[in-house]
Design a binder for this molecule. Structure first.
Ligand SMILES: *[C@@H]1O[C@H](CO)[C@@H](O)[C@H](O)[C@H]1NC(C)=O
Ligand SMILES: *[C@@H]1O[C@H](CO)[C@@H](O)[C@H](O)[C@H]1NC(C)=O
Ligand SMILES: *[C@@H]1O[C@H](CO)[C@@H](O)[C@H](O)[C@H]1NC(C)=O
Ligand SMILES: *[C@@H]1O[C@H](CO)[C@@H](O)[C@H](O)[C@H]1NC(C)=O
Ligand SMILES: *[C@@H]1O[C@H](CO)[C@@H](O)[C@H](O)[C@H]1NC(C)=O
Ligand SMILES: *[C@@H]1O[C@H](CO)[C@@H](O)[C@H](O)[C@H]1NC(C)=O
Length: 428
């Protein structure tokens, strides 16, 4: 199997050399100058051999799925399993998006700045600047006088969830036009540390991860609305607080499995493989801790413990302490069933995306071993940076102090495969 594969990869290399990207939305693949039928047949045969080879790898990997809880980070890079293997070659994992909404700014002041709560972003197309609402309307009317073709003008109040409240202009400067961009999606489940993970990624100047953009139900009412959103994000036509002043090398967003991923997995996998979107799976090993976080967060969405505002993520240990004071009661009868369901969902998701380029991460591993973040940056082919987040972990310390009915839970879980969840602890 190996010799034809490596030979084939040589061909891929040759073809890649022939691919040009210039000033067009689409990429152009120049056909080799001389392509006699015989050569085409050879290429086709190699393609078939490679397809079989790749599928064998995929099959082998699925057998590992039942062991996922015990595995560390695995980086799996492969071409998609697809009968039309040749076609996928033409779409490498590198992109040169040309935003539709792009127009040169024509006004000053897009440097990074700290803003306070009374200001927001004043945006014209993709260009934004921190301003108050009234200054923004002045600016928009001033610009509107001279430029009639601007697609979008708006005022966005500053996002209370944004980390560090730093605002970036998102002007994709001319000099970034030839900067290769990789597409990614963080696929995760609620309360698995994905918010924290995303702030880490966004602390890299070349990364824009746009948050939970498919959280709103109307954006995922059907497959076509989902695909529209994906197109917008990956064409860099979607503006959020994560959009950067610097050249982007990786663009993506955070997507929970229950936000249409599992439901429309077929079309989504197809889209990922077609457009070369890499998946970053982020799960939590200790699903019991996730359950507690879910219960506490859902309680706070009603109770709003912190001065009447609901917070899913906090930036001070005092706030974390206040939130952690609430001890949820876990339904002991349903506990084992719920833990099993969560595990099944994870296994299913990995099965669905088995032939997508992906990395599988566990929250606990990143917490205890920051070199995992090096793996992520390598996966996204980013220049290495120290990644930082100002988020503070809400629930830390032993579980016995976090559950109201600790005795019942201990009894229900002892003697099951989940027993180890009771004792694991870690520090952020
Ligand atoms: C821009 O100007 C046009 C007329 O010149 C007006 O109809 C439109 O509402 C203005 N847009 C904004 C955002 O002010
Ligand atoms: C998908 O949903 C959008 C908005 O809810 C709707 O306009 C559109 O017609 C729907 N498309 C299909 C194929 O159902
Ligand atoms: C990161 O952004 C900087 C500033 O815009 C740019 O000079 C650099 O080329 C970018 N790096 C990558 C890998 O895109
Ligand atoms: C919330 O209330 C505390 C006192 O309980 C106060 O010290 C703090 O400044 C308040 N924070 C906000 C954002 O109002
Ligand atoms: C646990 O959940 C089950 C099923 O929803 C329910 O019948 C039971 O009353 C719950 N137990 C407690 C203690 O809330
Ligand atoms: C930390 O992560 C790196 C990268 O995945 C790995 O090589 C290393 O063995 C890990 N260290 C520990 C102590 O687990």
């Amino acid at each position: 199997m190996l010799p034809p594969f490596s030979l084939y990869c040589f061909f891929i290399g040759r073809m890649a050399d022939e691919i040009c990207f210039f000033n067009k939305d689409t990429l152009i693949v120049k056909a080799p100058k001389r392509s006699p039928l015989a050569l085409r047949m050879v290429v086709l045969l190699f393609a078939l051999a490679c397809g079989v080879y790749i599928c064998l790898i995929c099959l082998r990997q699925t057998r590992f799925n039942d062991k996922i809880r015990f595995l560390n980070v695995r980086v799996i890079e492969e071409q998609p399993c697809s009968a039309s293997g040749m076609k996928n070659l033409e779409i490498p994992n590198v992109h040169f998006p040309k935003p539709k909404t792009f127009s040169s700014c024509g006004f000053d002041g897009f440097l990074k700045r700290k803003v306070d709560a009374t200001r927001g972003w004043c945006c014209v197309a993709l260009c934004c600047t921190p301003l108050s609402r009234s200054d923004c309307s002045d600016l928009i009317s001033a610009i509107n006088g001279s430029r009639s073709s601007i697609a979008e003008m708006r005022f966005e109040p500053s996002d209370p969830r944004s980390d560090g409240s730093e605002v970036h202009s998102s002007n994709p400067k001319e000099e970034c036009g030839c900067n290769p961009v990789r597409f990614f999606a963080i696929l995760s489940m609620q309360r698995s540390g994905s918010g924290w993970f995303e702030t880490l990624l966004n602390s890299h100047m070349n990364v824009s991860s746009n948050g939970e953009i498919l959280g709103a139900k109307e954006r995922r009412s059907n497959v076509s609305t989902i695909i529209d959103m994906l197109d917008k994000v990956y064409n860099l036509d979607f503006f959020t607080s994560a959009s950067k002043n610097e050249c982007s090398a990786a663009v993506g967003f955070k997507w929970m499995l229950n936000q249409g991923v599992m439901q429309h997995h077929k079309e989504i996998v197809q889209y990922f493989n077609k457009r070369g979107v890499s998946a970053i799976f982020l799960f939590r090993r200790n699903q019991l801790r996730r359950m507690i976080s879910l219960l506490a967060n859902s309680y706070d969405s009603q109770a709003k413990i912190l001065n009447g505002t609901h917070k899913s993520h906090v930036h001070s240990s005092r706030e974390a302490q206040i939130l952690a004071n609430y001890k949820p009661k876990v339904n002991a009868t349903l506990l084992i069933h719920n833990l099993k369901e969560a595990e099944k969902t994870i296994a299913k998701a990995l099965e669905y995306f088995k032939c997508t380029r992906k990395i599988v991460l566990y929250y606990e591993d990143i917490v205890s071993n920051r070199t995992k973040l090096v793996d992520v940056q390598e996966f996204l082919r980013l220049p290495y940076r120290e990644l930082t987040s100002s988020q503070v972990k809400i629930h830390s310390g032993p579980l016995s102090k976090q559950i109201e009915n600790w005795g019942d839970i201990q009894k229900a879980i002892t003697g099951t495969p989940y027993e180890s969840f009771l004792n694991q602890d870690y520090q952020l």
